[in-house]
Design a binder for this molecule. Structure first.
Ligand code: ADP
Ligand code: GN1
Ligand code: MG
Length: 364
C-alpha cells in the first residue's frame, strides 16, 4: 500500500524536531514495512510504518529495538565509534514516546544514516565479506545482552518444523486455488519434512546454544559506508530475538551468496557462488571465532540450507494463501521466489563437500 504525502507529513511532524517536511521518497527495499526517507530542515530521517498485521505485539517490538539500540550505543561509545552511524538511533515523538500511533498506522522514526548504501546484490568484491563482519560484530556485541528481556516478536519465526506444518495447512486449504500451478515445488518441499528439525532439535536439547540473533541477515539489512566500503550498521531490528547463530549465517548465505535475485525466473542463472560463500564465512568467523562451538561449526552449512529451505517454504505457503504476507509486485512473484530457493537448496546439497571445505579452511 502506498500512502499519500499528507498522511506521511502528518505522521512525520509528530516526531521531535520535525516541524515541516521538504521531501518524501519511498524506499522500495524490504518485503514487510513501508519505509520513507523524509527531509526536514536540511536533515534526513527514516519514517517507517510498522506492519502490525505481521508484528502483533508492536509495544514489545519497539521496546526490543529501543533496548537493543541503547545497549549497542553504549558499546559503540565505549570503543570510540560514532553512535549515530554504527547503530540505529530512534527519534522520539514530541510526547517523548518511541512510536506514534494514529488512524493511518503505527510509525517510528530513525536518524538517516548518511553516505552509506544498502545493496540487494554484492556489487564489489569484498562487499559481502564486509556485511559478514558487521553481522558477526553485531551478534558478538549482543552476547552480554540479557535475552530474557526480549519479546518474541514473531512466534516460531525460525521454527522450521512449525513452518512446515503451516505449509501443510496452506496446502490443505488451497485458499487461492493455486495448488495445481505448483505441483513440482510442493513435492520438493514436502520431501524435506524430516530434515526440518535438524536445528530446532539441537537448540531444544542444548547441543546448540541459544543466542541473541538478528534473524533477518539479508545483505540489504546492513548499511555499507560509501567511502570506506565497510559494513557500518546493521538495520531492520524487528526480528532480533533469541535464536541460533546458524540462522544468521544461513540467511546471509541464502540471499547474498546467490548468483541471482530472489525472484529470478531463469533458474539456470541461480546457484550458490562458492567465492561469495568463502568471503562471508571468512568475515563472519573472524568476528565469531572466540564463541562459536564445535557443534555450530559442524552444522554451519546446514544453517545455509535450512534458512533457504525455510524461506522457500514460506514463499510457497504465501503463494498458496494468496500473497498475504510478503509484499509482491506482480502475480506469481512468490512462486518465482519459492523456485529460486528450491534451486539454491538443491545446489547447496549437491555441492555440500565444496562448501564444507570452505568452512573448514577458517576453522583450523
Ligand atoms: P523491511 O523490514 O521492510 O525490510 P528495513 O528496516 O530493512 O525494512 O528498511 C528498508 C530499507 O530502508 C533498507 O533496506 C534501507 O535501504 C533503508 N533504511 C532503513 N533504515 C535506514 C536508516 N536508518 N538510514 C538509511 N537507510 C535506511
Ligand atoms: C522479509 O523485511 P525483509 O524484507 O528484510 C522477512 C524475512 C525473509 C525475507 C525474504 C519479518 O525480510 O524473514 O527472509 O523477507 N521478514 C519477516 O526476502 O518476515
Ligand atoms: Mg529489510
Amino acid at each position: 500500500m502506498e500512502m499519500n504525502e499528507q498522511i506521511i507529513t502528518k505522521a512525520s511532524t509528530r516526531f521531535s524536531g520535525i516541524d515541516s517536511v521538504d521531501e518524501i521518497e519511498q524506499i522500495p527495499n524490504g518485503h514487510i514495512n513501508l519505509t520513507y526517507r523524509i527531509r526536514s530542515d536540511g536533515r534526513d530521517y527514516i519514517l517507517q510504518r510498522i506492519n502490525t498485521d505481521i508484528f502483533k505485539n508492536p509495544d514489545g517490538l519497539m521496546n526490543n529495538i529501543f533496548s537493543v539500540t541503547e545497549f549497542l550505543r553504549s558499546k559503540v561509545i565505549e570503543s570510540g565509534g560514532d553512535p549515530e552511524r554504527e547503530t540505529l538511533t530512534l527519534v522520539k515523538t514530541k510526547k517523548g514516546e518511541i512510536a506514534h500511533n494514529d488512524e493511518s498506522g503505527l510509525y517510528r522514526m530513525y536518524l538517516f544514516i548518511t553516505d552509506s548504501t544498502c545493496y540487494n546484490k554484492a556489487e564489489r568484491a569484498g562487499m559481502f565479506g564486509e556485511s559478514a563482519k558487521a553481522f558477526g560484530r553485531f551478534q558478538n556485541l549482543l552476547t552480554e545482552f540479557d535475552a530474557t528481556t526480549l519479546s518474541e516478536t514473531i512466534k516460531d519465526f525460525h521454527n522450521t518444523p512449525v513452518r512446515f506444518s503451516n505449509f501443510l495447512k496452506a496446502l490443505e486449504n488451497d485458499k487461492a486455488g493455486r495448488k495445481a500451478l505448483c505441483e513440482k515445488e510442493i513435492e520438493f518441499y514436502l520431501s524435506k519434512k524430516d530434515y526440518c528439525s535438524l536445528i530446532t532439535d539441537r537448540l531444544a536439547d542444548g547441543r546448540i546454544p541459544t543466542r541473541v540473533t538478528h534473524n533477518d541477515t539479508k545483505l540489504n539489512n546492513v548499511m555499507i559506508d560509501n567511502e570506506s566500503g565497510k559494513g557500518i550498521c546493521v538495520i531492520d531490528l524487528d526480528t532480533v530475538m533469541p535464536g541460533s547463530m546458524l540462522y544468521d549465517f544461513g540467511d546471509s548465505i541464502r540471499f547474498g551468496a546467490s548468483s541471482a535475485a530472489e525472484d529470478e525466473k531463469d533458474l539456470d542463472k541461480v546457484y550458490c557462488v562458492p567465492e561469495l560463500y568463502d568471503e562471508y564465512t571468512a568475515g563472519f568467523l573472524s568476528e565469531m571465532k572466540d564463541t562459536v562451538t564445535e557443534e555450530e561449526l559442524k552444522h554451519l552449512h546446514d544453517g545455509a540450507i535450512m534458512m533457504t529451505l525455510e524461506c522457500g517454504m514460506r514463499f510457497l505457503t504465501d503463494y498458496l494463501d494468496g500473497d498475504t504476507y510478503f509484499r509482491t509486485h506482480y502475480e506469481g512473484q512468490n512462486l518465482d521466489r519459492a523456485r529460486t530457493q528450491m534451486k539454491l537448496v538443491m545446489d547447496m546439497e549437491a555441492r555440500r563437500p565444496i562448501f564444507e571445505a570452505i568452512i573448514s579452511k577458517y576453522t583450523k
